[in-house]
Design a protein around this ligand. Structure first.
Ligand SMILES: Nc1ncnc2c1ncn2[C@@H]1O[C@H](COP(=O)(O)OP(=O)(O)O)[C@@H](O)[C@H]1O
Ligand SMILES: [Mg+2]
Length: 256
């Protein structure tokens, strides 16, 4: 099962991806694909050293058109098994594994001023996810870039479902409505997690969500421990958020 974690910038996609990966790793082999071209700290929060970016494995970043033309070659380079791409067949320097056994693959990062857009990374993510050969007990969580760039590249097509994270902001709700539309049209599963809620913001957010017709599936409270552990540049620590997050196989409609 391949699940994208989407939403506005700063809502907590990366933090909840890490926590969800930990929860799911108790029963599944979990891989996290970092498809955000800007943020650098997912390996730190997951407690692993950064793997080599996958873009290097396929010959480095090229411009968008060239990357599109190279799709058959890239697919061939990645798909080492006849059934498709298997993470366990990629060279180990491209997959960092945490103590819990969570594998992290990083697509690539924009590092230099003027190096061009991030489209090639989204193309590569789509090739990777579209050709993945997963076992029943393997789950992939894709930590996406903020907003809708991934939708522009139709990444949703090659996933099974979308977790959309909202926080107590109207912009995050608006984006969630758009993502829901995409998920519904593609017949994909869709969940909404309201994150970082506390006090009055919880009732206000829920009222607004109801007003715009967005169903919130679960709510994760603001967790000071999580917030501070991020700021300390440490593997993510959480108590309240971890207790609140219910990404169980049952909630995700997947067989345990
Ligand atoms: N439940 C939470 N409680 C407290 N802080 C949170 C929570 N979820 C995320 N954060 C904080 O919000 C900020 C943005 O989170 P991040 O996961 O990087 O967002 P995104 O990936 O959506 O841009 C970080 O400082 C993180 O520590
Ligand atoms: Mg992030």
């Amino acid at each position: 099962m391949k699940i994208m974690v989407c939403g506005k910038g700063g809502v907590g996609k990366t933090a909840l991806t890490v926590l969800a990966a930990r929860i799911l790793s108790e029963r599944f082999k979990v891989y996290v694909v970092d498809s955000d071209e800007s943020n650098m700290l997912l390996p730190t929060f997951l407690g692993v050293s950064p793997p080599k970016p996958l873009v290097e494995y396929v010959g480095g970043k090229k411009d968008e058109e060239e990357f599109e033309r190279m799709e058959p070659d890239i697919t061939k380079a990645l798909a080492k098994a006849k059934e498709g791409v298997r993470f366990d067949l990629l060279p180990s320097e491209y997959v960092s594994v945490s103590d819990e056994g969570i594998g992290l693959v990083v697509i690539g990062k924009v590092r230099e001023y003027g190096e061009g857009c991030a489209c090639p990374f989204n193309i590569l993510t789509k090739i990777l996810l579209g050709n993945l050969a997963l076992e029943k007990d393997e789950i992939v969580l894709v930590d996406t870039d903020a907003g809708v760039e991934h939708a522009g590249r139709k990444l949703e097509e090659v996933c099974d479902g979308l977790i959309t994270v909202v926080d107590p902001t109207l912009e995050s709700l608006e984006l969630a409505l758009m993502l829901r539309e995409i998920a519904l049209n593609l017949n994909k599963k869709f969940w909404v997690i309201a994150n970082k809620v506390e006090g009055e913001s919880e009732s206000l957010l829920k009222k607004e969500a109801e007003r715009v017709g967005l169903k919130i599936d679960e709510t994760v409270r603001f967790d000071q421990r999580l917030f501070l552990s991020c700021l300390r540049r440490k593997p993510l620590e959480a108590d309240i958020a971890l207790a609140d997050l219910k990404v169980t196989p049952k909630n995700l409609n997947i067989a345990p």
